[in-house]
Design a protein around this ligand. Structure first.
Ligand code: HEM
Length: 126
């Protein structure tokens, strides 16, 4: 339960920091955006740490039988989301086209939230 809470708290903070950096870059505030993104990189480590502990516990628990595949898809989606946040910020900094990655970001986010909250059995939602 502790790791689920830490996991949810960390990706929630990461999303807030990601949208903050995005907004700051959109109004050309490079330096504050860099600070928000640097803090976010530390949060990414917490997401990975808690996510990997959770997936390891999945492999050791009876839920693995029924939900193993979905949990692995969820975990890969989570890793990919962190990559997307990293790529997007770097593209926003350089003002490169990023619509394709933005679409991927929202689709994968939707999928990961649906799997995490909607399908997978561990968590704090009833
Ligand atoms: C930004 C990235 C991520 C987001 C938005 C995210 C989202 C979520 C959500 C919504 C849950 C369900 C929590 C609940 O039901 O209370 C969850 C649980 C979980 N996450 Fe993540 N996650 C991310 C990254 C990762 C990574 C990188 C991994 C693994 C390497 C991972 C592995 C897991 C596992 C194994 C669970 C437990 C599944 C369950 O609820 O039964 N996640 N995550």
């Amino acid at each position: 339960m502790f790791y689920i809470h830490l996991h949810v708290a960390s990706w929630f903070i990461a999303l807030i920091l990601f949208f903050t950096s995005w907004y700051l870059l959109s109004i050309d505030k490079q330096q504050p955006a860099k600070i928000a993104h640097s803090i976010n990189r530390i949060i990414f480590l917490v997401i990975f740490y808690t996510g990997f502990i959770l997936i390891y516990r999945y492999t050791q628990a009876p839920v693995w039988e029924n939900f193993g595949a979905e949990a692995v898809v969820k975990a890969i989606g989570g890793v990919y989301l962190v990559c997307l946040m990293e790529w997007l910020i770097s593209r926003f900094q350089k003002k490169l086209p990023s619509r394709g990655l933005v679409i991927q970001f929202f689709l994968v986010l939707l999928m990961v939230l649906a799997l995490g909250f909607g399908r997978l059995p561990w968590g704090f939602l009833p």
